[in-house]
Design a protein around this ligand. Structure first.
Ligand SMILES: C[S@@+](CC[C@H](N)C(=O)[O-])C[C@H]1O[C@@H](n2cnc3c(N)ncnc32)[C@H](O)[C@@H]1O
Length: 284
């Protein structure tokens, strides 16, 4: 079973049921309208760019998202013609994901499953990724081993990890969120919110394990170099009024354009420890 130390399957299930944000869709085909859609758009363009540039990747289209939640990144993969399988411990969230996919005429398979013990045959996928999963494990080795087992030779692997940070881009903006919270009338759900374990490990924790498990050309970088601005106790996901979000997105796009001009690399990349997350990737 899972090695999550606080917040087991029931906690994740309860969390998904309780949160207003469970109903938001972070994937859109057209223009993005809020900061989370902007984030997933950048995850997608970054992943695609890294896949295009990786000479060892076999170019296969069989994709698995593990700990998929609503499968926001997988919507992009499915829309681009990849053959997607979405796996999560929470039945509740898989139902939500299925509804989102079907509403948008996107195809995927949905599997209830544990990242530490996948009921999937060896070498089944050409692309495997998780977004916001690995930091919830105390023992990452078991799930990494499982993911390497089901990854095909030449398959590309991504781990997008959101550790506990106290000194990153968010720190200069924490006060804005405190001010904005005054607009939230009812704080009752705050008391019921499950505290789910999150580690503070950086990429140095993952890279040696992945290399030992046979992943090649392993690389890492900070990602998501923007603050998350929110009025809600469901921070960071619940959204401000549409007009405010659109204005924020306009400013964020300008910052990202500047980043790209200054660095010449994908604007979502940054120094590890500065952004809200980091990405580790490599090829089997
Ligand atoms: C923080 S959410 C991320 C959701 C999604 N990847 C996204 O981008 O929005 C973590 C997800 O991992 C799932 N999860 C937690 N432990 C798991 C495990 N052992 N096996 C499979 N899924 C798991 C949770 O149910 C939850 O949906």
């Amino acid at each position: 079973m899972s090695s999550i130390i606080k917040g087991d399957a029931d906690a994740f299930d309860a969390n998904w049921k309780a949160r207003e944000e469970s109903n938001y869709t972070h994937w859109v085909r057209g223009e993005v309208e809020n900061q989370i859609q902007l984030a997933f758009r950048n995850h997608w363009t970054l992943f695609s760019e890294l896949m295009d540039k990786e000479p060892l990747y076999n170019g296969g289209k069989r994709v698995m998202e593990i700990g998929c939640g609503r499968g926001s990144l997988s919507c992009y993969f499915s829309d681009a013609g990849y053959d997607c399988t979405l796996v999560d411990l929470s039945e509740k969230v898989l139902e939500t994901a299925e509804k989102i996919f079907s509403k948008n005429q996107l195809d995927a398979k949905f599997l209830v499953g544990d990242a530490n013990d996948l009921d999937i045959t060896d070498n089944s996928f050409d692309v495997i990724y998780s977004i916001g999963l690995l930091e919830h494990f105390e023992d990452v080795e078991t799930t990494l081993k499982e993911q390497m087992r089901v990854l095909a030779d030449g398959g590309i692997w991504f781990g997008y990890i959101v550790p506990k940070y106290s000194n990153n881009v968010q720190k200069d903006y924490a006060w804005i969120n405190e001010v904005l919270k005054g607009y939230q009338e009812n704080h009752a759900t705050e008391l019921n919110k499950e505290e789910i374990f999150r580690s503070d490990h950086g990429s140095e924790r993952y890279i040696p394990i992945l290399e030992r498990l046979g992943l090649k050309n392993v690389q890492a970088s900070g990602v998501y170099p923007l603050p998350m601005i929110s009025h809600s106790i469901d921070f960071p996901f619940s959204l401000m009024p549409k007009k405010s979000e659109l204005e924020l997105v306009r400013h964020f796009k300008k910052i990202l354009n500047e980043n790209q001009k200054n660095t010449g690399t994908h604007p979502w990349l940054c120094k590890e420890g500065y952004g809200n997350a980091f990405l580790v990737w490599g090829v089997k």
